[in-house]
Design a protein around this ligand. Structure first.
Ligand code: ADP
Length: 198
């Protein structure tokens, strides 16, 4: 029996984790769950949740853990996540790691791997500046980007130490062509005994 692909992808803003997350999820036939995408969709639709998080996201701050973890729990409880999932952008701090641990334990489940996508700071800043021009994301102004990167260093990078101690982290070089990087990730996951669907 092969392990169920319950995966995390972690990396700084501009590391390409959203794009790679979608590709890896597709390869394994599992849903990609991006908390940023869920929040942005709720803002676009003007839901209660969207109204609650709008100003927080515009400032590049973190949405409170209770709210974020509830969104993730609801999503992972849906039927399509029974075969596995790839979380992009969650957990983002140690409190969320504890929330996710609790949720998975309550279901007798565990993570199979954590993909750490690394890019040098300069590269990630220039990618974000390009995305700001192309997509006009309102949280992509210079000041807000600096805030998000600082929060990443302070709050998100430490979660990797926790997962590293558990032997779950695959460190992947995020510089190269999209296909090269996808291949690097797949090779690392296959080495853990995880099998892509096709
Ligand atoms: P990026 O990784 O480029 O910051 P995301 O799409 O992952 O973009 O997230 C956009 C914003 O959504 C974040 O800056 C934050 O305000 C909010 N957000 C996303 N995921 C989380 C999370 N796990 N916890 C708290 N806030 C989050």
């Amino acid at each position: 029996m092969t392990a169920t692909p319950r995966l995390l992808i972690v990396g700084p803003q501009g590391s390409g984790k959203g794009t790679q997350g979608l590709r890896i999820a597709e390869a394994f036939g599992i849903p990609a769950v991006s908390t940023g995408d869920v929040f942005r969709a709720n803002i676009a639709e003007g839901t209660d949740l969207g109204r609650q998080v709008q100003a927080i996201i515009a400032a590049g701050d973190l949405v409170p853990d209770e709210l974020t973890s509830a969104v993730v729990r609801d999503r992972l409880a849906q039927a399509d996540a029974a075969v596995g999932f790839l979380l992009d952008g969650y957990p983002r701090n140690l409190g969320q790691v504890a929330d996710l641990d609790g949720f998975l334990e309550s279901r007798d489940e565990s993570l199979a791997a954590v993909v750490e996508l690394s890019v040098p700071r300069d590269e990630s800043i220039s990618r974000l500046a390009r995305r700001a021009e192309e997509q006009g994301r309102t949280d992509d102004t210079e000041e807000v980007i600096a805030n998000r990167l600082a929060i990443y260093e302070r709050e998100t990078a430490p979660i990797l130490d926790v997962y590293r101690e558990r032997g779950l982290v695959d460190a992947i070089d995020g510089v190269g062509s999209l296909d090269e990087i996808t291949e690097r990730i797949l090779v690392a996951l296959i080495a853990r005994g995880l099998n892509p669907a096709s």
